[in-house]
Design a protein around this ligand. Structure first.
Ligand code: SF4
Length: 365
């Protein structure tokens, strides 16, 4: 089955579009706002015009897995929780360093996990059966399949689950408004801060990414930002500093994840990011005023992925890889044995530092 055959089979009339002159449609699902003529597909290759109407992916999965929420990565959302993660095919960017190219740019004979139609109810049931309090659209760009994500999230919400997007942030206002009632958490990429290089290496316009991130934040989604630090692309102190300043300008409490690149996709010969470069990026983030900066994807992570209280500096959430060793922010949800002795019966509230009482932003229960 070619990708086109796959999306023709697993699709449904979209909601995020408008008619355009001459039988074309304007897609509203992402910042690209493609005008798509009859019979053609948009830039992402998975939303297409059939008879003057836009059709979008529906009812299949390219991948489903039970991942730690830390892998998304969300560090201020339910530490240690499992996230039922699902993804489809296609992307609205063309990053040369893509770390998800099997799903973002699938081969022509890409196949879904099952030839049977998948339902939002089945995905939600899988999350419940596996005690996952969270369901996440991930592995490819979820904005391009926003209608399907909304159907899954609406079902998940009925069952009391939380919902998440793992996105490149190339978002439209229309898509964010469409998703807001059923979407809680949003991971957005900020892949650099040089407009020319952004366009050349990712195919996206920096100003639209920044506008997307601002919108996500201003609309009240819980936002965490990721920058994959790629040697020679975005690893200069000036560029990392500009990215950190932009995030801090929105809020110093937005977690910023700076992570190491490994050779992939169209950059197989670029060296992995040296750990010291990622650690320097973390230091830059703190210097620019961010309260929570995490250095990830490096072997010498040590304590670079722990959450410390921004007021008193004490360790609050200790992580090793994707596992959580200690979590002092979950209040009644935390094992009392993990709490400092004199705080065991203090009745601390979720998200408050048990040492100084400072509220640590996030969703901890
Ligand atoms: S989702 Fe974005 S890239 Fe895909 S058709 Fe719509 S506007 Fe174009």
């Amino acid at each position: 089955m070619t990708l086109r055959e796959l999306v023709e089979k697993f699709s449904r009339r979209a909601e995020l579009f408008r008619s355009a002159p001459g039988g074309a449609v304007k897609c509203l699902a992402c910042a690209r706002a493609c005008i798509i003529s009859e019979g053609a597909a948009g830039f992402c290759g998975v939303r297409f015009n059939r008879g003057g109407e836009l059709f979008a992916p529906w009812g299949y999965a390219a991948g489903i897995a039970l991942d730690p929420v830390e892998k998304k990565p969300f560090f201020h959302v339910l530490p240690g929780a499992k996230a039922l993660s699902f993804g489809m095919f296609g992307c609205n960017l063309r990053c040369a360093f893509c770390q998800n190219s099997q799903t973002a740019f699938p081969p022509e004979n890409a196949a879904p996990l099952s030839r049977q139609k998948l339902s939002p109810e089945a995905l939600t049931e899988t999350a419940l059966e596996n005690s996952a309090p969270l369901i996440a659209s991930t592995y490819n760009e979820p904005l391009i399949t926003a209608e399907w994500a909304r159907a899954v999230f609406n079902e998940a919400k009925k069952k009391g689950l939380r919902t998440a997007f793992v996105s490149n942030g190339y978002a439209s206002r229309e898509a964010l408004e469409f998703l807001r009632p059923c979407l809680d958490f949003y991971k957005a990429d900020l892949k650099g801060f040089n407009a020319e290089r952004y366009l050349k290496v990712t195919g996206g316009e920096l100003k639209k990414v920044l506008a997307g991130i601002e919108l996500v934040y201003s609309m009240g989604f819980w936002l965490e930002v990721v920058t994959l630090v790629v040697p020679g692309f975005n690893d200069s102190p000036e560029e990392l500093g500009a990215a950190a300043s932009f995030i801090a300008g929105l809020s110093k409490n937005i977690p910023w994840h700076v992570t190491a690149f490994y050779p992939a996709h169209k950059m197989p010969d670029t060296e992995p990011t040296p750990p010291e470069t990622v650690l320097r990026a973390q230091e830059i983030g703190f210097k620019k005023g961010l309260n929570f900066v995490y250095a990830g994807n490096i072997t010498s992570s040590g304590d670079t992925e722990n959450t410390l209280c921004p007021a008193c500096g004490k360790l609050l959430v200790e992580r090793r890889g994707f596992s959580v060793k200690t979590n002092l922010l979950a209040g009644q949800g935390a094992c009392p044995a993990l709490l400092p002795i004199d705080l065991k019966s203090s009745g601390q509230k979720s998200g408050a530092c048990p040492y100084c009482g400072k509220t640590v932003p996030g969703v901890w229960q």
